[in-house]
Ligand binder design. Structure first.
Ligand SMILES: [Zn+2]
Length: 61
C-alpha cells in the first residue's frame, strides 16, 4: 500500500526549505528532486516504515 506524505526539504545548495510530496513506500527509497527555489537537483534518501517517513537524508546529487 502506498501513502503520499508531505515533508519539508532543506535545499543543500541555497538553504531554502520547501515542501515536497512523495510516496512513502516501504523500505528505503532514493530519488532526485529539483529544488523549487534554485532548481538544483537534490538527492533524497527516504526511509519508510508502516507508511510513515522515519528518516530523510538530503545530499547533493
Ligand atoms: Zn535550492
Amino acid at each position: 500500500m502506498n501513502y503520499v506524505v508531505e515533508l519539508e526539504v532543506q535545499c543543500p545548495f541555497c538553504g531554502e526549505i520547501f515542501p515536497s510530496r512523495l510516496d512513502a513506500m516501504e523500505g528505503t527509497n532514493s530519488m532526485i528532486e529539483d529544488c523549487a527555489v534554485c532548481c538544483h537537483p537534490i538527492q533524497l534518501v527516504v526511509e519508510c516504515d508502516g507508511g510513515e517517513v522515519v528518516a530523510v537524508e538530503i545530499g547533493r546529487s
